[in-house]
Design a protein around this ligand. Structure first.
Ligand code: ZN
Length: 379
């Protein structure tokens, strides 16, 4: 995932205060969470997959762990290089779909787990293997949490994933830039997040692909078929495997993943969940330091949640605070800009004018126009 839109960074300071206040309120009753988490973060159990009615697989794809990809511009919509990323994505996703069917899958659905900024799915529908079906909804949904209903799928396959924040992988991050999700004391990848989400309804992750750093991140998920498609040499450089070789491996591993469905395992989070958002630049949680009721330390905020979904929602809210740190980069850009002084002066004036208008009753919030109908394919 990487669903960051620059415009969000411009939202007002008020949002920070409101979110922080909400966090403080939620925090009132909880125990101090800097305590050590002693229990296992999750338990791993044999999956009880019922294939009597066929084998339904959900393919969730990201876009940073693609075969043949060593340029970050390929996963961001709007770049000249993005269509090349789509070509690579179509190739990887279709290779995996082909392998899943060869292994015995009877139904394959595909959901966009990336968030490139493209309002259309990153996999153009007319280029998807015709045997597979794209997940499309009329209302927004969370690709990690809203598709794993009991009985909907027998297993999940994850394509083109990336390592977690701090792993030194190609475009490594969790959720968005600079975030580290820690559940019950364990820093997790998005792949583990999906596995834990599926674990709520006994759906295992059986396949994943990405770089060598993600392979290391996932070493405890020994039952999955993992394909290393490239070696990360930094967060924006990689040595790629020959494309045909990588695709052949993707297909073969996807086939084995379905054939060995009986050996799949599910991950179930231990509850209650101690959740921590730890962030690194350009994200920042420093504004939370000293906030009454907020368990803050070292650019981390910790809270207790009843279950995984509550932890995920809470982490998402705190991400909203942490992304305000991105504006430090905006400050750097403005300072370096030839019109920087004028922009800063205009900002100062607009800020004062807004305050005067609100205080004088002259300002009304813009009326939200009803959203025009659109389709949702995932992130
Ligand atoms: Zn992504």
């Amino acid at each position: 995932m990487l669903s960051y839109t620059p415009s969000r960074a411009f939202a007002g300071v008020l949002a920070v205060v409101l979110i922080a206040a909400a966090c403080a309120q939620n925090a009132e009753d909880r125990s101090p969470t800097q305590r050590a988490v002693t229990a296992a973060p999750w338990v791993v159990e044999d999956a009880q997959v019922n294939t009597d009615d066929g084998i339904r697989i959900l393919v969730l794809h990201d876009m940073e762990g693609l075969s043949g990809q060593d340029d970050p511009k390929t996963f961001d919509f709007g770049n000249e290089e993005y269509p090349r990323g789509q070509d690579l994505l179509v190739g990887d996703v279709n290779a995996v779909i082909d392998g899943l069917f060869a292994g015995g899958a009877t139904e394959v659905h595909v959901v966009d787990g990336h968030g490139s900024g493209n309002r259309e799915p990153d996999v153009p529908p007319d280029r998807l293997d015709a045997r597979a079906e794209q997940v499309v909804r009329d209302e927004w949904f969370d690709a990690y949490f809203d598709l794993v209903e009991p009985g909907a799928y027998d297993a999940v396959a994850l394509v083109a994933m990336h390592a977690k924040t701090g792993s030194g992988g190609f475009a490594s991050h969790t959720y968005t830039l600079g975030m580290d999700f820690i559940l019950n004391g364990r820093s997790i990848t998005e792949t583990e997040l999906v596995a834990l989400s599926g674990g709520r309804v006994d759906v295992p992750v059986i396949f994943a692909s990405g770089d060598d750093r993600l392979a290391t991140d996932l070493k405890d998920m020994a039952w999955i078929e993992y394909v290393t498609v490239k070696e990360a040499t930094s967060a924006n450089t990689a040595i790629v495997r020959p494309l045909e070789e990588a695709r052949t491996h993707l297909r073969a591993a996807a086939q084995r993943a379905v054939e060995n469905l009986g050996q799949a395992r599910v991950m179930k989070i231990t509850t209650p969940v101690t959740a921590t958002l730890r962030v690194v630049p350009p994200a920042s949680l420093e504004r939370m330091d000293g906030f009454p009721g907020v368990d803050y330390a070292d650019n981390s905020v910790t809270f207790e949640a009843a279950d995984l979904a509550e932890a995920y929602d809470g982490l998402g809210s705190i991400v909203g605070v942490a992304t305000r740190g991105y504006t430090s980069i905006l400050g750097e850009v403005i300072r370096a800009h030839p019109d920087g002084d004028a922009i800063r002066a205009a900002y100062g004036e607009a800020l004062m004018a807004r305050w005067f208008d609100v205080e004088s009753g002259r300002w009304q919030p813009e009326e939200e126009s009803p959203p025009s109908p659109r389709k949702y394919y995932g992130f």
